[in-house]
Ligand binder design. Structure first.
Ligand code: SF4
Length: 318
């Protein structure tokens, strides 16, 4: 059975926070003298990092690698205050590409801790975003990865508590973890709106709808992209066969036998150029027609949290 239909879900690919971070680094390349350093990966995507590396950006994991007084960009995932201090100590000129949705979580953690609360941070403890948020108050933020950890966590009686989450988690899995925390700690303070950002929720909605139409789904994104990995999990939970595609070479491993339709989505840090390259490769291989499935219209600029009021994050990074 030949592949005759490729369904591309929209929205997919770059979110507003990634577009903003990429745009800031592009502008820095135009306006500032090289070299420009970036602390950690600007966004979790190999193609993006390779393209900027080829243009002279130096990605570092430690500020000791950055000469005093150099230009430094903080990634979209944000950084701990200790990194901000180190940059200041080395007289680095900082451009902060932290996504406003991530900055909002930093701000809320500072606020909760100032109220005397211990904060549960639901997320993956090795992810850059989580490391940065924990750095706001290392003794007062406890990372909870899953419902089992929510069941096991212990706090002293009478401790005032709050919960926030990483921005790129699975909506369904996070609800389970927070449900456990709420049942154990009914007075837990929460934010009025979800910390999982709109772009991530839209992409998870999209892949669920896609799974109603096609059996095979390709999720385009990097292995270390949290939101791309979550899209694979959501697709599988919805009953589809889902595969993460990080490079064009990964397509060679797909078994197309019996597959006449394939769905495509892409994580929030996957560039349009890679999506197009995959679509072109599939069309060359099989001559299939491309259709679009739009599940939401994304106006993230309107949803972007304001950093102007009650949030010192922007000030702190200057
Ligand atoms: S996925 Fe959401 S939180 Fe992460 S960079 Fe994009 S808009 Fe910001």
């Amino acid at each position: 059975m030949p592949l005759n239909r490729i369904v591309v879900v929209e929205p997919s690919g770059f979110c507003a926070g990634v577009k903003r971070a990429v745009g800031m680094l592009e502008q820095a390349l135009c306006e500032l003298a090289p070299p420009i350093y970036c602390y950690r990966e600007l966004v979790h995507n190999r193609q993006v990092i390779e393209q900027f590396t080829a243009r002279g950006v130096r990605f570092v994991n430690c500020l000791d690698e950055v000469p005093e007084g150099a230009n430094l960009v903080f990634s979209a995932h944000g950084v701990a205050p200790q990194i901000v201090e180190q940059a200041r100590g080395r007289c680095l000129r900082v451009l902060d590409a932290t996504c406003p949705f991530v900055a909002r979580i930093h701000s809320k953690v500072r606020q909760f801790v100032a109220e005397g609360r211990t904060v549960f941070l639901v997320g993956h403890r090795t992810h850059d975003e989580v490391r940065g948020v924990v750095g706001e108050a290392p003794g007062a933020v406890m990372v909870i990865e899953n419902p089992a950890e929510a069941e096991a966590v212990q706090v002293a009686p009478g401790t005032a508590l709050a919960v926030v989450t990483q921005t790129t988690l699975s909506v369904a899995d996070t609800a389970k973890t927070i449900g456990v925390l709420h049942s154990r700690f009914p007075a837990l303070a929460t934010l009025p709106q979800s910390d999982i950002c709109l772009a991530v929720r839209n992409r998870q909605l999209g892949v669920s709808r896609l799974a109603e139409q096609v059996q095979r789904i390709l999720v385009l994104g990097a292995q270390n992209s949290s939101n791309s990995q979550r899209l694979v999990e959501v697709a599988v939970a919805a009953g589809a066969d889902a595969t993460l595609i990080s490079t064009l070479d990964d397509l060679a491993d797909i078994d197309w036998q019996g597959v006449d339709q394939v769905g495509i989505t892409a994580g929030a840090s996957t560039p349009e150029s890679f999506m197009q390259a995959v679509i072109n490769a599939l069309r060359r291989l099989n001559g299939a027609a491309v259709t679009r499935l739009r599940v939401a219209t994304e106006d993230l600029a309107a949803a972007e949290p304001s950093l102007a009021e009650g949030d010192d994050n922007g000030q702190q990074r200057k």
